[in-house]
Design a protein around this ligand. Structure first.
Ligand SMILES: CC(=O)N[C@H]1[C@@H](OP(=O)(O)OP(=O)(O)OC[C@H]2O[C@@H](n3ccc(=O)[nH]c3=O)[C@H](O)[C@@H]2O)O[C@H](CO)[C@@H](O)[C@@H]1O[C@H](C)C(=O)N[C@@H](C)C(=O)N[C@H](CCC(=O)O)C(=O)O
Ligand SMILES: Nc1ncnc2c1ncn2[C@@H]1O[C@H](COP(=O)(O)OP(=O)(O)OP(=O)(O)O)[C@@H](O)[C@H]1O
Ligand SMILES: N[C@H](CCC[C@H](N)C(=O)O)C(=O)O
Ligand SMILES: [Mg+2]
Length: 488
């Protein structure tokens, strides 16, 4: 697919150009290691290094054009240089022009918020398939084109990958695509140049403050998605979240709200909430869902609201939605010997508190609740003591263990967690760095009727230690050890 550089740069605000703008371009690359002959290399500043330092490498590998914010000292003959104000934003527009604006040819819906993005996007994808539409998904767990699974590397991939996925979705008849928009991606302009038909806000609480610097910057990152929506789009927010209405402040899009407590366009009341599911009253009607926990009532309302705004038939939406189970690794239960292990991706204080409170509400009395929890390395350190404290407050026994230590010393992470626990609470905790041993210990401690929560890694099938992903699956290990220890 060859296109003239000038067409690829349509609508990009240019500061200066040098060289042939009619040059044929076969490929876009923002990483010098992925440059081929016929590539245009887009140099972007990053968090680790500056892409501008790789311009020479890109040219050596065959790039015939360079798009950058700062021109290099020496400009080579035969190479086209284009200077732009914001290279990441330029990349988004360039990807849209290069791939023929696939986001405009289907309904692309973004889901943002601290928790609930994967669950909401996955439910939407499943629901729209059930309603008979071609449907795509871009999420933390996996990407999907209808039923086909494409492995995911990020919650929100880079904008070239997004456009490539959308082109493939269109080729397979998708009319809708539901994607997660992480705050990192919004700030880094990984969503630039995409035309959204709508955006959803789930909630906002403490996470990623290491990256954004402060809570207000984190809120601003989410709000940017809504500020940039076109007026034909819809903006659907959780009115029970303190920051929900902030998201709507400057949007041109049509505003809609959902809530369990405050007045809203889409409302529900929780009639019952058990380990089997949720019963909600919606528009005077009682509807049963397979999802567990009050927080899932919010996710279900967000999904229902979206389907109603998109004018799907209401009775059918509720009928199909009530059958869906959500995303893997979210309140995923394994049972053996009368002991229930719950694997959940709760890796933020708010998510951990929600999942533990849900389990508390579902207890019938007498059971011991054992929580296994760790915190990821090279991520927000401030959440470590807070998560440890929440685990202790809401569980009978707690085992601190490693999550994905990445490049940090696991024992240091565990010390930072322990710092959040009072001397009295410390008595009910154990620290077992090896995650498998931690799960084994919990399985040995548990007796018939007890509940084990294994938090933090959910669907992940690896543990990342010093740049290497070792196979590790909380659910499979819990199943194996529970069966082994309690010999069903
Ligand atoms: C902190 C962060 O978000 N980093 C993302 C960012 O990379 P970066 O800015 O750090 O890049 P860098 O390494 O400094 O390099 C700068 C530039 O030089 C280029 N380069 C670099 C080296 C080289 O040899 N040649 C070269 O051209 C790079 O391609 C890049 O364009 O842009 C890259 C391309 O899009 C991402 O892959 C990368 O994600 C890293 C791997 C990551 O771990 N990101 C996480 C934190 C993340 O994004 N998570 C969110 C979910 C968070 C949540 O809500 O829970 C997600 O959307 O997945
Ligand atoms: N609406 C919600 N409100 C609060 N907590 C939630 C909500 N939905 C899910 N959770 C909790 O948060 C965890 C993560 O949920 P989910 O994967 O859907 O969120 P996410 O926003 O995609 O997370 P990530 O940013 O890591 O991709 C779940 O395992 C559950 O414990
Ligand atoms: N999308 C999140 C996932 C965190 C999952 C948890 N298991 C961890 O490794 O911290 C992140 O990249 O921060
Ligand atoms: Mg997610």
């Amino acid at each position: 697919m060859r296109k003239p550089l000038k067409d690829i740069l349509y609508k990009v605000s240019l500061a200066s150009t040098k060289g042939d703008m009619e040059l044929g371009i076969d490929h876009l690359a923002f990483d010098s290691r992925k440059v081929k002959s016929g590539s245009v290399f887009i140099a972007m500043p990053g968090t680790q290094v500056d892409g501008h330092d790789y311009i020479d490498k890109a040219i050596e590998s065959g790039a015939s054009a360079v798009v950058c914010e700062k021109l290099p000292g020496e400009l080579l003959e035969g190479i086209t240089y284009v200077q732009v104000v914001n290279a990441a934003k330029a990349l988004g527009l360039m990807a849209a022009n290069f791939y023929g604006h696939p986001s405009e040819k289907l309904k692309l819906i973004a889901v943002t918020g601290t928790n609930g993005k994967t669950t909401t996007a996955t439910l939407l994808h499943q629901l729209f398939l059930e309603l008979g539409h071609g449907s795509g998904l871009i999420s933390t767990v996996e990407n999907r084109i209808n039923q086909e699974i494409i492995p995911a590397t990020h919650t929100t991939p880079d904008v070239i990958t997004i456009n490539e996925l959308l082109v493939r979705m269109l080729g397979k008849g998708c009319t809708h695509c539901f994607m997660e928009a992480s705050s990192h991606a919004i700030v880094q302009e990984r969503t630039a140049g995409l035309k959204f038909a709508g955006a959803l806000f789930t909630n906002i609480s403490h996470d990623h403050l290491d990256y954004h610097g402060s809570f207000s910057e984190y809120i601003k990152a989410k709000k940017k998605l809504f500020d940039e929506l076109p007026k034909e789009a819809f903006a659907l927010i959780n009115a029970d979240d303190k920051r929900g209405l902030v998201m709507l402040q400057n949007t041109k899009a049509r505003p809609f709200t959902y809530a369990l407590k405050y007045p809203a366009d889409y409302k529900a009341k929780v009639l019952s909430n058990t380990l089997q599911g949720l019963e909600l009253e919606i528009e005077g009607q009682s509807v049963w869902f397979r999802m567990i926990g009050e927080f899932n009532a919010y996710n279900l309302l967000a999904v229902m609201g979206t389907a109603f705004i998109l004018e799907e038939e209401e009775e059918e939406v509720l009928r199909q939605l009530s059958q869906l189970k959500g995303a893997p690794g979210r309140f995923d239960q394994v049972e053996a010997g009368g002991i229930t292990a719950i694997v959940d991706y709760a890796h933020t204080p708010d998510a951990l508190e929600n999942v533990l409170k849900t389990i508390q509400k579902l207890r019938t009395g007498g059971e011991t609740l054992i929580t296994i929890v760790g915190c990821g390395g090279n991520r927000d350190k401030a959440k470590r003591p807070v998560m440890a404290k929440i685990a202790c407050r809401l569980s009978d026994r707690v085992i601190f263990t490693s999550d994905n230590p990445r490049n940090e010393d696991p024992m240091e992470i565990l010390k930072e967690m322990e710092a959040g626990v009072s001397p009295i609470d410390l008595k009910k905790t154990l620290t077992i760095e090896d995650r498998r041993s931690a799960i084994k210990t919990a399985c040995s401690m548990a007796e018939k009727g007890d509940i084990i929560l294994i938090a933090g890694k959910g669907h992940e099938t690896y543990q990342e230690i010093k740049g290497v992903r070792h196979p590790f699956d909380d659910k499979a290990i819990a199943k194996e050890l529970l069966k082994l220890i309690h010999r069903e």
